[in-house]
Design a protein around this ligand. Structure first.
Ligand code: GLV
Ligand code: MG
Length: 361
């Protein structure tokens, strides 16, 4: 595995210096929009300030006859954002895109036009169906050439979607393939198809995927407790390790059953607890769910602050509220408080809930 910190020089003459560090910014939801739809474009000024990341989708879910319109719509939005920010309607919201798959007839124009026209506005390009480091190397060099041509001053980052069996087999190499790797998203729909899993759902559990207790020895006819299991645990956990090992950020992807808000919240929370920083929102109803789940619980933050205040040097063993605290739990508390502080910087309500400012201040 190559260490991304080894990548010191741009891959094209005149391209910006490679990223040295992946910025850790509010990333609780990547909100997907199809900018070929004029009604959606018209809603951008209202939606953008409510999300951490706005993504112009060009790939799946955009019909073939609207691919070019989606690209043109994204370019228009990128230009408008440029005209109105900073401090305009877009505020701190990041603009991303998901380009078409690397073998598709659209991806070359997607990358060329987007970098040339709005490269200064696009922070991250999401690349679908990444199978190995070779896919990232291809995009890496091409982006460097386009950035040089467009005279960009900062590198555009790359986000890989983990959604093929080969991609999962190679995920550590993908994460380490370039200093541009900002993170990865877990794509349960394509992944299920690629692995021949027998589910037609997009994320979440399945009533058929479960364990069952042995029959009762005394009365084999008694009902046997049975529990649904999480079919995604193994791959999401590997993605979290692969990303965090190189300083990149792991995300859960889509939850397709829009009406099942509890199912969505449960899937998002499982990903949050495993280490993911955010998830996709496919519908406005999922924005609030992601915000709630990926902003740490105020009670946990207040407890973590208490531990840090009680153990200023982070050493030794202590009992706090009946729970053992040591060097390792102190670090766990730091993770919680640092995330809370970062999110609270732009959100007065969260700042108050976490006790960073006095109530009503
Ligand atoms: C997302 O793109 C997925 O395939 O789940
Ligand atoms: Mg997909």
């Amino acid at each position: 595995m190559r260490n991304p910190r080894d990548f010191e020089k741009p891959l094209a003459i005149g391209a910006p210096q490679p990223a040295r560090e992946i910025p850790f910014k509010p990333s609780r939801m990547i909100h997907f929009l199809d900018f070929s739809n004029e009604k959606m474009v018209a809603k951008v000024p209202d939606i953008a300030p409510t999300v951490d990341i706005l993504l112009g989708n060009l790939e799946d879910a955009v019909p073939v006859d609207r691919k070019e319109a989606a690209r043109a719509g994204l370019i228009k939005v990128g230009r408008e954002m440029g005209a109105h920010s900073p401090g305009g309607w877009v505020g701190d919201t990041a603009l991303w895109t998901r380009v078409n798959a690397l073998e598709s007839p659209w991806v070359l124009d997607d990358l060329t036009e987007i970098v040339t026209e709005i490269g200064h506005r696009i922070e991250v390009i999401m690349v679908p169906k990444v199978e190995g480091p070779w896919d990232i190397h291809y995009v890496d060099r091409l982006l460097a050439q386009l950035e040089a041509k467009a005279g960009l001053e900062r590198p555009i980052l790359v986000h890989a979607i983990l959604e093929t069996a080969l991609g999962v087999a190679n995920l550590e190499e993908i994460a380490a393939a370039s200093p541009r790797i900002q993170g990865m998203s877990f794509g349960p729909a394509d992944l299920a198809a690629s692995r021949r899993m027998k589910t037609t759902r997009v994320g979440g559990g399945h009533p058929g995927y479960r364990t069952i207790a042995d029959p009762d020895a005394e009365d084999p006819e008694l009902p046997r407790p049975s529990y649904q299991q999480d079919p995604w645990h193994y791959s999401i956990a590997r993605m979290v390790d692969a990303c965090t090992a190189v300083g990149a950020l792991p995300f859960y992807g889509p939850y397709g059953d829009i009406k099942d808000t509890l199912g969505c919240e449960t899937q998002f929370r499982a990903a949050f607890l495993l280490g993911c920083v955010g998830a996709w929102s496919l519908h406005p109803a999922q924005i609030g769910i992601a915000k709630k789940v990926f902003s740490p619980d105020p009670e946990e933050v207040i407890f973590a602050k208490k531990v840090i205040e009680a153990i200023p040097d982070g050493r030794g063993v202590h009992m706090i509220d009946g729970k053992m605290q040591d060097d390792a739990t102190w670090k766990q508390c730091q993770v919680m408080v640092k995330l809370a502080e970062m999110l609270a910087r732009n959100d007065p309500e969260l700042a108050e809930a976490y006790g960073f400012v006095p109530a009503g201040a």
